[in-house]
Structures are given as C-alpha cells and as structure tokens.
Design a protein around this ligand. Structure first.
Ligand code: SAM
Length: 324
C-alpha cells in the first residue's frame, strides 16, 4: 500500500448503471437482459465513500464514470460535482454520445474534465445496425458540443469489427483530424456478446495500422507508463496533424502496467477484466457508523491481487455491468 511518501497510483472506473439505450452487438444481447434491482445499484454517496477511501491509501490519479450508459442515470451531474469536489486530477466520462449534446454543458459546469465518446461508424446505417438503433447524428452533435464547451481532449473510441467497420479507419481519422479530436481504435475483446462473435469479428490492430500507413504519415509516440493506448502522431498530405491511439488488449496486452480498478454498478470491485473474480463491497460502503476501513482495505487488496492471477480474456460478464 506504500508509506506516506510513496503511494501507489491507481485509476478507478465506476459503472454507475447497467442500463443502456443501445444494444451494441458486441456488448449486449438484443433482448432478455435482466437488469439489476434498483436497491442493488450504488448510490452516488456510496461511490464517494470508496473514492475518499482510495484517496487516503493511494495516489488516485483518475476516475472515469461509465456504464451501461452513464447519461441515462438520473442526476449524473450530481455525482460529477461530488467527485470534482474531491479533487480528482483527471475526471472523465465514457458515453455513447446519444444524449451528449444536451449533457455536455451540464457536465462541464459540474466539474467534469473530459469525455471519451464511442463512435464505431460514420455511416448512419452501419452505426444504427451495430448499436441496434443508435443515431449517428446525435453522437456527432454530442462530440462537437463537448469540444465547444471544453470537455477536452475529446477522444473517440472505435471498436473494430470485421466486415462491419474495418474499412472505415481512414474515414474516422479524417473526421478526427477535421474536428481536432483523438480517435482510438480498440481491438474487440472476447467478452460479453463478443465471445460468440470473436473468431469471425476480431481485427488485429496491425491491420488497421497498415490501412492508415498507406494514406498517412505515422510516427509512434513513446508509451507513457500506465497508458493502455499506444499513441501515434499522424499527418495527412495537406499537413494536418493529430493523434491516433490503439488499444490492443488481445495482440499487445498491457496487463503488467495495469493500475485500473473497476467498480460495478452494484458495488463489486473488479481488479481484472479477464479474471472471474469480483469482490462485493456495497455493504462495506453503507455501514451506518461510516465505512469499515479495514474490511475495505482488504477488499481493495483482494481485487488488486486478481491482477496477478490473470488467465487470459475469459471473463463471462457483460461489459455493460463492468463498464468497459
Ligand atoms: N455506454 C458507454 C459507451 O458506449 O461508451 C460506456 C460503456 S461501454 C461498455 C464502454 C466501452 O466498452 C465502449 O467503448 C464499448 O465500445 C466498449 N466495449 C464493449 N464491449 C466490448 C468488447 N467486447 N470489446 C471491446 N470493447 C468493448
């Protein structure tokens, strides 16, 4: 846990709801989803208790709010305000962008620093088909609004799926260069619904890099410790420059560098996406006389311990519960 002079750094991803208005084919089944009962979902106060506990024991450098879709939970700005008041150096949120045009100014005022927006296609039909009903125009409007209000750097996340959007890398980079945003290509992981699709749908990042290298000048930027994304400086023929990232959990795993802890919407700590283990902490956060610090410390240590027992990407849970 480190002494007072050297505290381990930690990043927390918090899923605040298992609900989502989309049903991305690689993430959720079309129907038959059992949602968690409302009383099992952590209150914002519970989340703040964990954050304060982690701040005491670790150098908590970043908190990312995710879901499900975080913008479908009521009063998400209240949580943002609570976390902003705790002084998180990097306070971010991941969204599908469908409601972002409306929420961007509200989130900015509440103290959010930046957003990552999932955008798998620039073709409205492909976007709607992959997300089962999403509207491309809403997400694009949300991205632009987020930039305007200063939720920057805005990053766009694209999960590459064979036969669906694997021919769109150049178009996505051009979109990003024009709007001064960073696009990150994410390798499909065999989790959730993607377990069934994985063999036919996974595209190794090297393929996308080759597509980009045929059109743009690409130079690697040295890796920053603890980053999951490998970054490249990209320049087009007209001299426009931008950053493109690759998150390659399958072909270039970054496990040894991982300082991420996940909190599910029903209050379980997950140290490793690939490990079946989760540590329930909801009741520890809700003790009437204040949190049970010793038990919480043990739970955090157990979740972090799961990182060492990684067996590969085998976890069965849905990304919508864990939060991606
Ligand atoms: N609803 C929000 C969104 O769409 O960004 C936040 C939650 S979503 C589960 C977080 C991220 O996980 C999204 O970028 C999504 O594309 C990604 N994701 C979900 N399932 C995945 C899989 N099997 N492999 C890779 N990424 C996945």
């Amino acid at each position: 846990m480190g002494g007072p002079h050297h505290r381990e750094s930690l990043v927390l991803r918090v899923s605040i709801t298992d609900r989502c208005q989309l049903r991305c084919r690689y993430c959720l089944p079309e129907e038959g989803i059992t949602l968690l009962p409302a009383e099992n979902i952590l209150r914002y106060e519970d989340i703040a208790v964990l954050v304060r506990h982690l701040q005491a024991d670790f150098e908590l450098t970043k908190v990312r709010i995710t879901g499900g879709e975080p913008l479908v939970r009521r009063d998400v700005d209240r949580l943002v305000r609570m976390l902003a008041e705790l002084g998180i150096p990097d306070l971010a949120l991941t969204t599908n962008g469908q409601l972002l045009e409306e929420f961007a100014p509200i989130l900015k005022r509440a103290g959010l620093h930046r957003v990552n927006v999932s955008l798998d296609s620039l073709n409205p039909e492909t976007f709607a088909a992959l997300s089962r009903g999403g509207a491309l125009a809403h997400t694009v409007a949300g991205i632009r609004r987020a930039r305007e209000v200063g939720l920057t750097p805005v990053k766009v996340n694209t999960v590459v799926v064979r036969g669906v959007n694997d021919g769109e890398a150049v178009a996505l980079v051009n979109f990003a260069l024009a709007d001064d945003i960073e696009v990150r290509f994410i390798e499909l992981m065999p989790l959730g619904e993607a377990e069934r699709l994985f063999a036919a749908s996974h595209v190794p990042a090297a393929e996308i890099q080759a597509q980009l290298a045929a059109v743009f000048r690409i130079e690697a930027i040295p890796d920053r410790p603890g980053e999951t994304s490998r970054s490249y400086r990209i320049t087009d023929d007209g001299g426009r420059q931008g950053i493109v990232g690759f998150v390659n959990p399958c072909t270039q795993p970054f496990c040894c560098d991982c300082r991420r802890l996940r909190l599910t919407s029903d209050g379980q700590l997950v140290g490793c996406l690939a490990d079946g283990e989760s540590v329930p902490i909801r009741s520890l956060l809700r003790q009437p006389g204040g949190p049970d610090t010793a038990a919480l410390r043990a739970a955090v240590a157990a979740a972090l311990g799961a990182k060492q027992r990684r067996r590969g990407l085998l976890r069965q849970d849905r990304m919508a519960t864990i939060g991606g």
